[in-house]
Design a binder for this molecule. Structure first.
Ligand code: GLV
Length: 315
């Protein structure tokens, strides 16, 4: 039995798999090209993929021996799940283990943008920060501000828990019913209300047909003047050009973005702005979380290859 692992992991994949499973590891610090992905996965029974690896019908047709695609991510919009299901290929992901790390990053972005850390940092390092001033570098007070969370799954709820500790009022909008006990003190609202009442909107939804470009000119227009936008989910949920325009117009007061529409490219209009904090898709990037993700992705592969149910199967 053979698997293809599309990038170096924080653990040795061989240490997690039974003898008899051969591992082909893509040893570069870049994703394989579609051709490399196809040629290396050909003849393999499983693939451990990353969110930058496109697994589509063309790939599946070129690699008919692949029985399982184990994505090292909670999101799986890089995979055509319907095409996999049609061919009997099992798709798995790595939820839960990355929830807290990703919510931490959302809060890091919120504090950085809300308290203008880019400007503060630069000034403090410049050697000339002047004197303490009652009027300089004033930011947003989180206590009593309203946080609107778009998407209220595991990560959205973890963001809500953190917000409660900061004394924020929290509302959320999601497609699924959330039992009262899982609401973390947050109140459900419709999308329009979320936009109109929130001082900060945090996007925490999966990317799919319903969420793609959900935030555009009209939505920014409906938000409070000066509100902040956070996105730690998927870049394509936001129309980046419209966001740049809303920032330029002062309609949106700042943004904290970990994800981008066309990664690894970042919209030029975001790059120089002080009211925007950018991170390169590192929501789950802590050692403990990445180790757990790798272990879970390998356990998913191992289970399916050996005829057991996956720990986290995507349907
Ligand atoms: C990262 O973006 C993930 O989906 O795990």
């Amino acid at each position: 039995m053979k698997i293809f692992v599309t990038r170096r992991l924080p653990i040795d994949p061989r240490s997690q798999l039974p003898r008899g499973v051969e591992v082909d590891l893509f040893e570069h610090d870049r994703p394989p090209t579609p051709e490399e992905l196809r040629s290396r996965a050909r003849g393999c029974h499983g693939v451990l993929s990353l969110l930058s690896d496109r697994i589509d019908a063309a790939f599946l047709d070129a690699c008919p021996s692949v029985r399982v695609v184990s994505n090292l991510a909670v999101g799986y919009d890089n995979i055509d799940v319907a095409a996999c299901t049609k061919r009997g290929v099992v798709v798995t992901n790595t939820p839960d283990v990355l929830t807290e790390a990703t919510a931490d990053l959302a809060f890091a972005l919120l504090l950085s943008v809300g308290r203008r850390l880019r400007e503060c940092e630069r000034l403090a390092r410049s050697g000339d920060f002047g004197f303490w001033s009652p009027t300089a570098l004033l930011g947003m007070e989180l206590s009593d501000a309203t946080l609107g969370i778009y998407g209220f799954g595991r990560i959205g709820r973890a963001i809500a828990r953190r917000a409660a500790g900061f004394g924020m009022n929290v509302v959320y909008c999601t497609r699924t019913e959330v039992p009262a006990l899982a609401r973390e003190g947050a109140s459900p609202v419709d999308f329009e209300t979320l936009l109109s009442v929130s001082d900060v909107v945090a996007i925490s939804a999966p990317l799919n047909d319903a969420t793609r470009r959900r935030f555009g000119a009209q939505e920014f227009g409906a938000m409070k003047r000066g509100a902040l936008l956070l996105n730690t989910a998927r870049g394509a949920i936001v129309d980046e050009a419209a966001l740049v325009q809303a920032l330029e117009a002062g309609k949106i007061g700042g943004a904290g973005l970990d994800v981008f529409e066309d990664e690894p490219r970042v919209h030029a209009g975001l790059l120089q702005r002080d009211d925007v904090v950018l991170t390169p898709h590192v929501g789950s990037a802590t050692t403990a979380t990445r180790v757990r993700m790798a272990e879970l992705a390998l356990a998913n592969l191992d289970a399916v290859l050996h005829g057991r149910p996956a720990l986290h199967r995507v349907d």
